[in-house]
Design a binder for this molecule. Structure first.
Ligand code: GAR
Length: 195
């Protein structure tokens, strides 16, 4: 059984979908949900789902990323994860942290990478006049949002879309994509999934 730790910063809707997917014949189980924000709603959600939680407030480290990561590593290593899923985790990780989990740290990003790395992906897709949008699950490498792609899900952009309506449609696609990719990844299948 593969052990999965999930890092969040906010509501944790992707985290909840991942946790809920890991039952029965699924080859993985959730062992920790950790957040850089002690007030993240996803922490309560994880606890309600029966998953151990940890919070390491990045603001306590005043911009010292390495010190923040050292503190985050303590509960993370104690949980002995085989796989780490970033699920709405909004801190940039240092190369040292990324290398430690090379090839076994996944991220979900709300765009069809390589388009729109970084933030405000939906507003940028609308401004570009894109006819479709979507989300990507990829392996994390030291360059932000640029690791090998494990899967993508596409949704249409509709004429009256605002960044919020498009974000909601993409988030629903994230909820389909991430559990499907995690399951395949935990089974050892690295082939790209397109939904
Ligand atoms: C999701 O849309 C995720 O793709 C995005 O944050 C949201 C988290 O929602 N992640 C990023 O933008 C990463 N750069 P959730 O907390 O409800 O899962």
């Amino acid at each position: 059984m593969k052990r999965v730790a999930i890092l969040i910063s906010g509501g944790g809707s992707n985290m909840a979908r991942l946790v809920e997917s890991m039952t029965g014949a699924h080859p993985a189980r959730p062992v920790l949900v950790a957040s850089n924000d002690p007030a993240a709603a996803g922490l309560d959600r994880a606890a309600a789902l029966g998953v151990p939680t940890a919070a390491v407030d990045h603001r306590d480290f005043r911009g010292d990323r390495a010190a923040f990561e050292a503190a985050l590593l303590a509960p993370l290593l104690a949980a002995r994860p085989d796989i780490i899923c970033l699920a709405g985790f909004m801190r940039i990780l240092t190369p040292g942290f990324v290398h430690r989990f090379a090839g076994r740290m996944l991220n979900i990003h709300p765009s069809l990478l390589p388009r729109y790395t970084g933030l405000q992906t939906h507003a940028r897709a609308l401004a570009a006049g894109d006819g479709e949008a979507g989300c990507t699950v990829h392996l994390v490498t030291p360059v932000l949002d640029v690791g090998p792609i494990l899967g993508q899900a596409r949704v249409p952009v509709l004429p009256d879309d605002t960044p919020d309506t498009l974000a909601a449609r993409v988030l629903a696609a994230e909820h389909r994509l991430y559990p499907a990719v995690l399951r395949r990844f935990a089974e050892g299948d690295r082939a790209r999934l397109d939904l």
